[in-house]
Design a binder for this molecule. Structure first.
Ligand code: C5P
Length: 442
């Protein structure tokens, strides 16, 4: 996820450094936006070193990049910790006098504020009114903890512990608001209570709370002998991003990973496989009870008919000519089509396919993708446009999302694979909101 961590000027800013650590260790890409006052408590080098990213406070840094608009627009989550009385006031009144307040105005993702201040400031009618106004607009404002404050005094106003803020932030992304006194008609995702259940409403916004999803990722390898295989260029990045985002949105995730050299996303069960047949077996084992299967893996269509138990030699003996062996291939099963066939008339699991496509003389990418969607019979097809310096091994990609029965297509990108994963789960959430839960709860 792309996270903006706003830090305003309170002594608890040091605790935000721990929160930053937790977020980055969980694999999130965090840009820290401290206010000028925050930098008096914790300096820019700390934020830059811990986030591994540049840090800006005002809107006059890297202006060519338009950061005052871009940061908010691209964020999947904004967390402000600590949120001081001054920051709450500026945010409530729509001021845009530094990078953080600009970002808060441009963000359309969930926003979580973790206030920290002295009890008197927290309970002052001005702060109460600002908090109420922010909550009314859908911002999630945590209650501060009670306890020892900066000096000898105690009372409500302490910043909640970094672990609690992280937990609340991830729940918020998953569609569950942990802040108190939130008006349900003004949820952070802007949903109205129009007679749908909270789970349905959350699913419509891409929340996967209580769902079990199975994602395949990477590229299969079909061994020829103990040292050689037929493989492909898939890095697994897209599948891993899908698993990471699904977990962050509250799903139980099984990631069937074929030869991807990537770290396991936090909270995801990873099942490692090598070949297409192993991948098929692992996916089939995970599918019963699953709500969604996303086949992001690049599965080899063919495998060598025979596996040579010892290394195939260049020559057959002394003085013999080097001869090139002929490798006979046999077809692998189409796992995706098999899942669709096995599902029959059952609505579950929802099945998502991927297709790496290029345009040619017989049609453009979309024409080929639509034909594939029909052939495969899945509920959503994510067509990767290849050959435009995007896709394999890259961090950015361009996809078209196609559903059966409609010519409407949603194009996403070029965008990060995490952003594309978010868009895929948004679509899946909408499809799921019309279906009952299948996946076992956590
Ligand atoms: O037909 P094509 O290989 O382009 O289809 C790609 C989609 O089908 C992907 O979702 C991929 O995971 C899946 N697939 C499969 N089994 C195969 C080949 C592809 O499930 N043997």
């Amino acid at each position: 996820m792309r996270v903006v961590l706003g830090v305003s000027g309170g002594i608890a800013a040091y605790k935000a450094a721990l929160l930053l650590r937790l977020l980055t260790e969980a694999g999130h890409e965090v840009t820290v936006v401290p206010t000028a006052a925050a930098l008096r408590f914790v300096g820019e080098p700390t934020w830059a070193a811990l986030s591994g990213r540049p840090v800006a406070t005002d809107v006059w840094t890297s202006v060519h990049d338009v950061p005052h608009v871009r940061l908010g627009q691209e964020a999947d989550l904004v967390v402000v910790a600590p949120a001081t009385a001054d920051l709450l006031a500026r945010a409530a009144h729509g001021q845009a006098d530094d990078l953080l307040t600009n970002t808060l105005l441009t963000a359309r993702c969930p926003v979580l504020m973790a206030p920290a201040m002295h009890t008197e400031m927290w309970s002052h009618p001005a702060t109460r009114a600002n908090v109420a106004l922010l909550r009314e607009r859908g911002v999630s404002v945590l209650e501060p903890a009670s306890g020892r404050l900066t000096g000898a005094d105690t009372g409500p106003g302490r910043l909640p512990e970094p672990e609690e803020i992280l937990d609340a932030a991830l729940s918020l992304v998953a569609g569950e608001d942990r802040s108190s006194a939130v008006d349900t008609a003004a949820r952070p995702d802007g949903l109205e209570d129009g007679g749908v259940s909270p789970a349905e409403a959350a699913a419509a916004q891409g929340s996967l709370l209580g769902r079990h999803v199975v994602v395949s990722a990477g590229g299969t390898r079909e061994p020829l002998d103990p040292v050689r295989f037929l493989g492909n260029r898939s890095s697994g990045k897209q599948g891993y991003a899908l698993a990471e985002v699904a977990a962050a949105r509250g799903a139980r995730v099984t990631l069937v990973s074929a030869n991807a050299a990537l770290p396991a996303p936090p909270g995801v069960d990873v099942v490692g496989v090598e070949t297409a047949l192993e991948l098929q077996e692992a996916v089939r084992a995970a599918v019963p009870g699953a709500d969604v299967v996303v086949m992001a893996a690049a599965v080899a269509d063919f495998r060598p008919r025979d596996y040579q138990g010892s290394k195939i030699k260049k020559t057959h003996g002394p003085g013999q000519e080097a001869s090139a062996p002929t490798i006979e291939l046999v077809r692998n099963p189409d796992i995706l089509a098999g899942l669709v066939a096995e599902r029959g008339d059952d609505p579950a699991p929802l099945i998502v396919g991927f297709a790496a496509e290029t345009g040619d003389d017989t049609g453009d990418v979309l024409t080929h993708a639509r034909a594939k969607l029909e052939r495969k019979g899945c509920d959503l097809l994510v067509a990767n446009e290849v050959g435009r310096d995007v896709t394999f091994g890259k961090d950015d990609t361009l996809v078209h999302l196609l559903r059966p029965g409609t010519d409407e297509t949603r194009t996403v990108g070029p965008a990060t694979k995490v952003a594309v994963a978010g868009a895929v789960w948004d679509e899946v959430g909408q499809l799921l909101s019309a279906r009952p839960h299948v996946g076992a709860g956590r």
